[in-house]
Design a protein around this ligand. Sequence first.
Ligand code: FAD
Length: 290
Amino acid sequence: MSIANLFQKQSTVFSFEVFPPKRNSPIDTIYKTLDELQDLKPDFISVTYNAGGSGDPAKQPTCEIASIIKEKYGIPPLAHLTCVNSTREEISIVLDELKAKGVEDILALRGDINPDVPPKTDFAHASDLITFIKGQSGFSLSGACYPEGHCECADVVSDIHNLRKKVDAGAKHLISQLFFDNSAFYSFVERARIAGIDVPIEAGIMPVVNKNQIERMVSLCGASLPPKFTKMISRYDGHPEALRDAGIAYAVDQIVDLISNGVDGIHLYTMNNPYVARKISESISSLRTV
Ligand code: FAD
């Protein structure tokens, strides 16, 4: 069953994101993480692809990890795939590899533009990648969306028009960028529905458990920080354990509110941290069955 179809089966889909080990780290480290995540029973696990855009797109272990998630752990995998640094031929090689490994769900992305790596010209937007993959059978496609607008887009209205192009091209499911203010997500979903975007939209939740992570995340994605969040950060700054526990509680609070408001799904950015994923999953496990 494709990931998009999971949303017809259950009221709230609950999924995880993991990333491949950093360069020079052995691939096995991700398997240790997956060993610890598997019994939390996510509906699917997504694996990032060349995040930051600095690696060689031809040498990404995403496909291998996605295949292990499916074969060893019996969990549906969602393989991220970016196109900004690839030609059509290079993308075709990755698609052949995914097909050979039985990985059918792809999160089709443009990718982060690295200022040191000039983009290639075959694909300008994620919608171009979706159109290209749609031309080959056997894949089901998802896309990314941005509750507070994508950082390069002039305004949220144009961003929604562009998102509609992505869905019209063939994205059957969307996963949102992280956000800390649920009202921004609700307004976004309302705009998307008005624009005729009717596919399931999963809310991307990032538990913030240390201060460096906040600074990095905010500079990368520009998520707005509500006063409740900034007060929490300053109150527990310098107390790592307290900040971690407060960050977990904040994420749980966001998730409870989202599920109560009928969100299609929760996509937890685990940051490869099984402890945090476990605490959150256990706190909301009974909510998933209602
Ligand atoms: P697009 O949909 O192409 O949008 C990029 C910009 O172009 C937006 O401003 C949009 O409004 C505009 N646009 C889109 N289509 C059109 C059009 N047809 N005409 C005119 N303008 C248009 N990055 C990685 O490198 N690896 C990953 O694994 C990864 N995983 C991610 C997972 C999620 C859930 C999210 C939310 C992001 C992820 N990213 C990842 C980051 C992503 O690659 C960046 O945010 C990137 O800048 C945009 O990617 P996109 O697919 O949303 O691009």
